[in-house]
Design a protein around this ligand. Sequence first.
Ligand code: NG6
Ligand code: CA
Length: 501
Amino acid sequence: MKLRYSLPLFLVSTNITAQERPNVILINADDLGYGDLECYGAKNVQTPHVNELAREGILFRNVYSCAATSTPSRYSLLTGEYAWRKPGTDVAAGNAGMIIRPEQFTMADAFKSCGYATAAVGKWHLGLGDKSGMQDWNAQLSASLGDLGFDYHYIMAATADRVPCVFIENGMVANWDSSAPIEVSYEKNFEGEPTGKDNPELLFNLKPSVGHDMSIVNGISRIGYMKGGGKALWKDENIADSITSHAISFIEKHQLQPFFLYLCTNDVHVPRFPHERFRGKNKMGLRGEAIMQFDWTVGQVIAALDRLGIRENTLIVLTSDNGPVVDDGYQDRAEELLNGHKPAGDLRGTKYSVFEGGTKVPAIVVWPAKIKESSVSDALISQIDWIRSFASLIGARLPKGAAPDSQDHLNALLGQKSDNRDYVIGLAQDHTLSLRTPKWKYVEPSKGPSSLSWAPGVETGYRDEDQLFDMLEGDEYHNVSTSHPEETERLKTLLQKERNK
Ligand code: NG6
Ligand code: CA
C-alpha cells in the first residue's frame, strides 16, 4: 500500500517576501488524543471550531510528538533537540529550574530574529528560574521565558495538578497578593497547611484517585506543597478563560505586525474542571466538557482573527503534546462515562506508552492566504521539525548548533507531497525509544512494566525484547521481529546511530 495524499488545489509557494510573512499561532493542547476531535472521528463530543479549521486547511494523519509526556515533548518542539539527549527533561515539578537554558536557541528566537512579536500563553511545564527549588515566587524570577525569545508570557509554571497554582506574567506572579506571600516545596508540607491526604473533607471540587494528595487549592489537592497565594491563586474553572483572554489581548496588541503565539491550553489535562457554562453539556462528563472547552478556546481565537481582519494571513497549527489518558489520578469518572468514545481512536496505547497512542497526535494546519483547499495528508511528520520548517517559512537563519535534530519539512507541513520524513523517533515515559518509518515501527527492548500502577488502563508497550510492527497492516499487536530479522536489525542500527550522534 502506498501513502495517500490528497493535495490542495494550489500548491504553496514557500518563497514569501518579508511583507508576506504570516502571523503564526501554534495551539498545543494537553493530552488531547488522536480520537478526541470530531474531525478525527469522535462521536460523543462536538468540536465545531476545530472542524472549521480542518475544513479550511490540512488535516494530518501521521504527525508525531517527540514524547509521550509533556515536558520532553515541549522541550523537543521548542528547541529542535530530542529531549532524550538532555538529562533532566522528564515531567517537571512545579519548582523545576528552567530546563531550556537562556543560551539555547528556541522557536521563539527564530521568530524574534525576523522581527516577530512573540508570546507564550498557557501551560509551560519547562521550569522557571535558575535553580530547582530556589525560586523566590514573590519577586521577579531569575530566569524566565524572556530569556528564551518570548517577549510576552503569561503561563502556568507546570500543570494544573502541580503547585504553584498561579499564573506568572512576564516572570512575576500575576495578581500577586502581598498579604499572602508564596512558598513552594516538593519535599515537605508547610506547618499547619491542610493536605488532601490528611484533610479529605476539604476536597469539595475533586478528589484524587492516585497521588495528588498534597496541597489543597480551590478544593482540589495537587502534587507538591504550597503556602500563600491569596488572590493570585487560580480557580480551575477559570483557567481556560484566563488563557484565552490573554492570548487574544496579545493578538489585538500586535495585529499590525507579524506575531508568533505559542498558545498552550490546560485542557484536557487533569484536574479536569471546566467552566460552569460547559457543565452538563456532554455525556462524557468532565473530560468531554474539557474537550468542548478546548474547542471554545479555538473558536475565540478564530473569532478574534476575523474581527481584526487578519485571519487570511495567519498560519494556525493545532496539535497536542502527547496522547490521551483517561484516569490520570483524579476521580472524575472519565472512564465510566466514555460511552464508547475512544480517546486515541483506533491506535493502541495512550499517553506514556511506546505505542502509537502515546505520540501520534492530531494536527491541523490552516493558512487561508496560501492553502486554498482543504485536504488530508498522510505525510509522516515529527514535531521536532517544526522549528526549522517555521524558520524556513519566515527566512530565519539558525545559528550553528541550533535545533540539531530538526529538519526543514515545510513542504510537508503546507501539504506538498514531496516531503516525507524518513522516520520519526518517539520517547515513552520510561525512556524507551521507538523508530517509525512509513512502513515499520521498531521498539527497543525495555525492562519497564507492562502497566502503570499510577495510571490504570495504560498499556505501556514495554517488552524486554526487540519489537517490530508492520504499520501498513495498521497493527501494533503482532511483533514480527523474528520473521523480519534484517528489518529489525536495520532499524535498530538506525536508532543506535541517532542516539550516538
Ligand atoms: C503524572 C501524574 C499525572 C500527570 C503526569 C504529567 C500522578 C499519579 N500522575 O505523574 O496526573 O500530571 O504526571 O502529565 O501524579 S503531562 O501531560 O504534563 O506530562
Ligand atoms: Ca501532556
